[in-house]
Design a protein. Sequence first.
Length: 127
Amino acid sequence: MDFYVYENEIRQSDFLLIKTGFQKYRKMNKDVYQFEGPGFSRESASYIASFKNLKGIGFDFASLSSPLHREEGREAHRILLKNEKFIIVEDMNLEILGNDVKIKRLFVIPIFIKGIDSSTVTVFAEI
């Protein structure tokens, strides 16, 4: 993904949504969705982490870590989660979000459970 095109928008945002369209495989071919999905490299994670204004990212594929490149994904997790307040929202349904929709405010409501490093979240937006 070429994030550089959106650099100014990312600098002005506190949450980054990444809509790839890969979510279509969730219904069409669960094996492809689950076992062949995209993920983040350590380079892309470092780039995202360089935006100190960002509090989190969300995307429409199963995991930050691609099943095809597990160690690369683990490193991407480590890079992004150095900031323990940073939130990663995996497996979002972004189908209904049109490309021209402008989000005024995004609400990401996680359930924090002591001793657990992940949980379900509810996400909704004011458009």
